[in-house]
Design a protein around this ligand. Structure first.
Ligand SMILES: *[C@@H]1O[C@H](CO)[C@@H](O)[C@H](O)[C@H]1NC(C)=O
Ligand SMILES: *[C@@H]1O[C@H](CO)[C@@H](O)[C@H](O)[C@H]1NC(C)=O
Ligand SMILES: *[C@@H]1O[C@H](CO)[C@@H](O)[C@H](O)[C@H]1NC(C)=O
Ligand SMILES: [Zn+2]
Length: 418
């Protein structure tokens, strides 16, 4: 994957502008009057003293802390790190307690033993149960869809079900990772190995969250590589018997104490009104969590830094929330919503960056026609960074409770993929 382009984080500008506006009748004129302010923010972020700052912050954060899985000591360290860093930056920071899942991967391995011996690269899925210490050894049933599993239900008893579903899109194909274990358990499988949810693989399994259904036996579940899933599919098409031994020491502990990390600059005119921007501090346990979602967290902080550095005072409160336990299903965000929805009429816009932080192409926005009219004017101010497109479908796990309740939402921008 390409590196981050820290010089082009137009979010800063959009966030601030949206929220400077007092919605006068001649919106277009009023917004155009902010061209100057927009230019100052862009100059500072892209060409000035703050050039590359969010990248340097991200590098220091990930180099210092490393990965930050829900319930881990690293995640606690990450929260302390950000609390201190944003406080030193002169921002108004506080922590809001949340109970979060605590799952530990433990040692894990898998080996194909029939028709030939081959080690399989696996990554257990978050919340998976482990196997007995000696592992589970069983014959394999390879299927390409839930449909096929249904048709071949009678063949699944006592087997390890391997899902070799083709990749369509993350949003669609992720159902196999999320529900594969319970679907296979319903027809008597003893474990599941699921092709990683990705269009590319260099013998690289992915991890992620999975959901056990209530009342269904919990069986161990892990992702395998695209290559190994296809290998076993080809073998099974030829009628060859496949045996695998999978060993996983995964364990779930009681819920752990954690926090959403909140920093803000109070609005001078409408301090009770909030424009919320966000990313999540937790990550999975097998990478650095730089893309997912260190970048989103750092640019959400950088917005406040830029406003402060320029001595700008927003009309409404500009609030950055760094969520905890997003990967476990938006646990921190859900709790934040439950606690603060009493003030929902004061939330003007909620934003999230959790799809990587590259060179932006467009803003994705969901809201009323009136709100869209405002955003259409705001993006015009982003001409200096060549990003004036406004698209539909603002979305994100952590802001979805607000958006479902009708608050305008802005997801990640679209990014160049090359
Ligand atoms: C920012 O990063 C770019 C690309 O790596 C580099 O050319 C530029 O000199 C950096 N600027 C600063 C102030 O570090
Ligand atoms: C709701 O908003 C009021 C006014 O800004 C504030 O004092 C109060 O703390 C808020 N309540 C919650 C739960 O956020
Ligand atoms: C915007 O596009 C113009 C023309 O392609 C280019 O010269 C300029 O460097 C771009 N600006 C930024 C900030 O990327
Ligand atoms: Zn994420």
């Amino acid at each position: 994957m390409m590196g981050i382009k820290p010089d082009l984080l137009c979010w800063h500008v959009v966030f601030f502008l949206y929220f400077c506006l007092s919605l006068a009748s001649d919106i277009a004129t009023e917004i155009a009057d902010y061209a100057d302010v927009a230019k100052r923010i862009i100059d500072l972020a892209v060409f000035g003293a703050a050039q590359n700052r969010s990248y340097r912050r991200l590098a220091d954060f990930t180099d210092t802390i490393g990965n930050r899985v829900s319930g881990s000591e690293n995640l606690n360290m990450a929260i302390k790190y950000m609390y201190n860093a944003m406080t030193q930056d002169g921002l108004d920071v506080h922590l809001e307690p949340v109970k979060i899942p605590h799952w530990v991967r433990g040692k894990e391995s898998a080996v194909m033993i029939v028709p030939r011996v081959k080690n399989l690269a696996i990554l257990g899925l978050g919340s998976s149960v482990g196997t007995p210490p000696e592992g589970i050894e069983a014959e394999v049933l390879v299927v390409q869809s839930f449909e096929e599993l249904k048709h071949r239900a009678s063949e699944a008893t006592g087997k390890i079900v391997v899902f070799n579903q083709p990749f369509v899109s993350y949003g669609e194909t992720v159902a196999y990772r999320a529900y594969g274990a319970s679907e296979a358990a319903k027809v008597g499988a003893v474990a599941t190995l699921i092709r990683s949810i990705t269009p590319f693989s260099i013998n690289s399994p992915h991890t992620g969250w999975q959901d056990y259904q209530d009342g269904v036996k919990r069986i161990p579940t892990a992702c395998i590589t695209v290559e190994d899933a296809e290998l076993m599919w080809r073998l099974s098409k030829r009628g060859q018997k496949i045996m695998i031994r999978v060993t996983m020491a995964a364990k779930t502990f009681p819920d752990a104490d954690s926090f959403n990390t909140v920093a803000e600059i109070k609005g001078w005119q409408h301090p009770e009104q909030v424009v919320l921007l966000s990313g999540h501090l937790d990550s999975w346990d097998v990478g650095q969590g730089a893309m997912d979602d260190g970048g989103g967290a750092m640019i959400s902080w950088e917005v406040l830094s830029l406003i402060k550095d320029l001595g700008l005072r927003p009309r409404r409160t500009l609030r950055t929330v760094l969520w905890t336990a997003e990967e476990q299903g938006g646990v921190g965000a859900q709790q934040y919503y439950n606690l603060h929805k009493v003030n929902i009429s004061n939330f003007d816009l909620v934003m999230e960056s959790d799809l990587g932080t590259f060179r932006p192409e467009a803003l994705q926005f969901t809201g009323s026609d009136a709100a869209r009219k405002v955003m259409e004017e705001v993006v015009k101010l982003l001409a200096p960074i060549n990003m004036t497109k406004l698209e539909t479908h603002g979305e994100g796990t952590d802001i979805s409770p607000w958006m479902q309740a009708g608050v305008p939402g802005q997801g990640t921008e679209k990014h160049c993929s090359t």
